[in-house]
Design a binder for this molecule. Structure first.
Ligand SMILES: [Fe+2]
Length: 322
C-alpha cells in the first residue's frame, strides 16, 4: 500500500459513512506515514509529559522526544514552567501548558492553548480536586509497538476480556457500552461503566461517579482516567516507528493518605500497574508482529469500540491538515 493510498484511507474516517474498520496494517509500519506523523501529529500537538510534582523544585526538568527532537520542560527559578528544544536556542521555544497538575508540551510554539478544550471536562472532574492530587505511584516503560497500536487500545475496554482476564476485566463488564463525546479535535471524553461502583473514601463522589470510568483522551496520545477516587494518567510517546515510551502514574487526594503507610501503598500500586502494563505490553507487541506480516488484513471494529473511531478521526484530521 502506497503512502497516498494510506492517507486516502485515513480520509475515509472523516466521511459520514466512515468504514467501521481498523486502520490498514500498513499504517502501523509505513516509514512514510511515520515521517508525516512526526511532523503533522507529534510536531504540533500537546503531549502529556509529566505530573507537575515531578517538576516542583527549581531546575527540575522532564524531557520527551515524540518527534526525535528532545523537548525539555523545566521549572525555572522564577517558578514558571518553560520548555526548550535540545536542538538549540535558535529553535523557537516549544509551548508548555499546565492543566490541573499535568504538564503538556507542544513543539509548535504558536499552538493554540489546550485549556479551553478541557474546560467542560474540568467542570465535570471538579469533585476529584485534581490540582490538589498527589502522585502515589509512577512508571516508565518501553513497549515495542507502533504508537497507534497502544493508543487505539487505550480508547476501548473491549480488550480487557482478552488481555486482562484476571485484572481489569474484574472491574469492567465484558463489552460494556462506552459513551463517547468528542469535545474538539484535541479532546475526547470516554465514559464506561464499572461492574460495581468503586469505593471512594477520600472524595465526596456521587454514586454515578463511583460507577463510571471517566476517561479524558488528549490527542494524540495522553489520557487521564478516574477510578473511584484515584486518577490514572498515561502518555504513549513514540521513540521510533515501532517503539514507545509509556509514562504514567496514579494520583490520589492527600486525604486518602492520612494514617496510611504511603510507601506500602506506592509499592502495591506500582506492582498492580506493572502487572496490567505487562498484559498490555505483551498484547500490543503481539499485534505489532501481526501488522508487520504480509498476510495482515484490516479487521472490523466492534460496535463496542466507538472510542477507536474517535481516535482515527483525530488522526485523519491531523494527517490531512497542511
Ligand atoms: Fe489494557
Amino acid at each position: 500500500m502506497t503512502h497516498t493510498e494510506i492517507v486516502a484511507e485515513l480520509g475515509r474516517y472523516l466521511e459520514a459513512d466512515a468504514p467501521e474498520m481498523s486502520l490498514p496494517p500498513a499504517a502501523f509500519t509505513s516509514p512514510e506515514l511515520w515521517e508525516t506523523e512526526r511532523e503533522r501529529v507529534f510536531g504540533r500537538s500537546w503531549v502529556l509529559a509529566a505530573h507537575v510534582e515531578e517538576l516542583a523544585a527549581p531546575g527540575a526538568s522532564v524531557t520527551v522526544s515524540p518527534t526525535g527532537e528532545p523537548l525539555t520542560v523545566v521549572r525555572d527559578t522564577d517558578g514558571a514552567l518553560r520548555a526548550r528544544s535540545a536542538l538549540g536556542p535558535h529553535r523557537p521555544a516549544p509551548a508548555v501548558e499546565e492543566w490541573r497538575g499535568f504538564a503538556f508540551v507542544n513543539r509548535d510554539a504558536s499552538a493554540e492553548p489546550l485549556a479551553p478544550h478541557l474546560r467542560r471536562i474540568g467542570v465535570e472532574l471538579d469533585a476529584y480536586r485534581l490540582p490538589e492530587m498527589t502522585p502515589l505511584a509512577a512508571w516508565r516503560e518501553e513497549w515495542r509497538c507502533n504508537w497507534k497500536i497502544a493508543v487505539q487500545n487505550a480508547h476501548e475496554n473491549y480488550h480487557a476480556m482478552g488481555l486482562h482476564p484476571t485484572t481489569v476485566a474484574l472491574i469492567t463488564p465484558p463489552g460494556g457500552a462506552m459513551e463517547v463525546r468528542a469535545e474538539s479535535r484535541w479532546v475526547t471524553r470516554l465514559l464506561s461503566p464499572f461492574r460495581e461502583p468503586l469505593a471512594a473514601t477520600a472524595l465526596p463522589l456521587t454514586a454515578e461517579q463511583r460507577a463510571t470510568m471517566y476517561n479524558c483522551a488528549v490527542f494524540p496520545s495522553g489520557s487521564l482516567a478516574a477510578f473511584g477516587d484515584s486518577v490514572v494518567w498515561i502518555s504513549m510517546i513514540p521513540l521510533a516507528i515501532d517503539r514507545i515510551e509509556v509514562r504514567g502514574g496514579v494520583l490520589v487526594h492527600p486525604s486518602a493518605l492520612e494514617g496510611q503507610d504511603r510507601d506500602a501503598l506506592r509499592v502495591q500500586n506500582e506492582e498492580s500497574a506493572a502487572v496490567v502494563n505487562r498484559e498490555d505490553r505483551l498484547g500490543m507487541e503481539a499485534v505489532q508482529r501481526v501488522v508487520g506480516s504480509r498476510f495482515a488484513e484490516r479487521g472490523h471494529l466492534s460496535p463496542k469500540e466507538p472510542g477507536v473511531m474517535a481516535f482515527y478521526r483525530g488522526l485523519a484530521r491531523a494527517v490531512l491538515t497542511d
